[in-house]
Design a protein around this ligand. Structure first.
Ligand SMILES: [Zn+2]
Length: 360
């Protein structure tokens, strides 16, 4: 249903050519213009540059070799070591010492990044390829991570900031290939949490509406980056990605925090993630980072998640990182897989589904 009022979100983008004399096939110099696209995030004002790269040049990583090398190391997440050497929660937090949901086994992160930190090993299988995950496996891990956050916030009401995150495979920064997600919670926001929470509050104060609701409505209308819906979870790509290969965003309307999601929501979220895994697999992108974002009031902020593919660089035979000085030292993303291209591919995957079921 179309809104009666004009949508206040502005997607600002500008294409400016960079000129040079390029060599043609015969080695002659020919004046050329390389188009550079500059974008501004409609919420935070953060900028990024889009410089498209042919996805055909993405080289599929050698997973067999990676699996072999990882098995030559001792994996602390493989049974029986997992339950023998990992820490236990304090009795005040979880009297049983651990969280178990299905095959997920949760325990404190021995090297925590915040006041509260936990790891959730998703499977007793050491190596799970993207096309081998099931909705139940992913849902149970999310449920365990959510159980942890709910309990932390019950016993320590000062905890205002938290998230569930997933590093999958080494290019993402994941040090172990054995599949696991993490929950972190504490008293201080990360830089990005603070930016989006403050900007969402400002948007609400200035315009009287919820940015995330306006964003979803506008993206659904334009269709440029909107992917689809599964239950009460909505999927799109971000106009200004955080990652080099475009981000997939999941919005949970009406809920301010990931702790408010029902088991059905988590099932739908997992089901969508499997569709995203299918999209990644088809593009030979076999690693990703994922994080949820939560606030405190659904008036100004809706809980959501971002997943961004990671890769040792694409066309490089020497395992070059996909991050360089622009991201690390200039805090500016160079996106090489345009969000509109990613949305088109994702739509196809969502229409097919991981299990033959179409998303609405
Ligand atoms: Zn393992």
């Amino acid at each position: 249903m179309k809104s009666a009022r004009p949508n206040p979100i502005e997607f600002r983008r500008e294409i400016i050519p960079s000129r040079m004399l390029k060599r043609d096939a015969s080695g002659n110099l020919v004046e050329s213009a390389v188009p550079l696209e500059f974008r501004l995030d409609p919420l935070t004002g953060r900028s990024c540059r889009v410089v498209p790269f042919s996805p055909e040049r993405i080289i599929r990583p050698d997973l067999a070799d990676l699996e072999k090398r990882s098995r030559e190391l001792t994996c602390p997440f493989c049974p029986p070591l997992l339950e023998q050497i990992t820490p236990k929660f304090t009795p005040a937090l979880f009297p049983g010492g651990n969280i178990r949901v299905g095959k997920t086994y949760g325990f404190p992160n021995s090297g925590p990044y915040d006041v509260y930190g936990a790891v959730f090993v998703m499977s007793d299988r050491h190596f799970v390829r993207l096309d081998e995950f099931t909705v139940g496996t992913v849902r149970d891990a999310l449920l365990a991570a959510q159980t942890y956050l709910r309990r932390v916030r019950t016993i320590d009401p000062q905890v205002n900031y938290h998230f569930v995150a997933w590093n999958y495979m080494p290019p993402s920064g994941g040090s172990l290939v054995h599949p696991h997600v993490q929950s972190n919670a504490g008293y201080f926001p990360t830089n990005y949490q603070r930016q989006i929470l403050d900007a969402s509050d400002r948007y609400f104060e200035e315009k009287g509406t919820n940015f995330w609701s306006d964003l979803l409505e506008q993206e659904k209308q334009s269709g440029e980056r909107y992917v689809g819906r599964i239950g009460d979870t909505y999927w799109l790509t971000g106009f200004v990605p955080q990652g080099r290969l475009s981000d997939v965003i999941t919005i949970f309307p009406g809920r301010s925090s990931i702790t408010e999601l029902s088991e059905k929501d988590l099932h739908d979220f997992a089901s969508g993630l499997l569709r995203v895994f299918g999209y990644l697999d088809r593009l030979n992108l076999l690693s990703f980072n994922m994080s949820t974002y939560s606030g405190t009031s659904a008036k100004s902020f809706w809980a959501h998640a971002r997943l961004t593919p990671r890769a040792t660089l694409l066309y490089s035979p020497i395992e070059t990182s996909d991050q360089f000085y622009y991201q690390i030292l200039q805090d500016e993303n160079i996106c090489i897989l345009p969000p509109e291209f990613a949305a088109g591919r994702l739509k196809k995957q969502f229409s097919e589904g991981p299990d033959g079921q179409s998303a609405k």
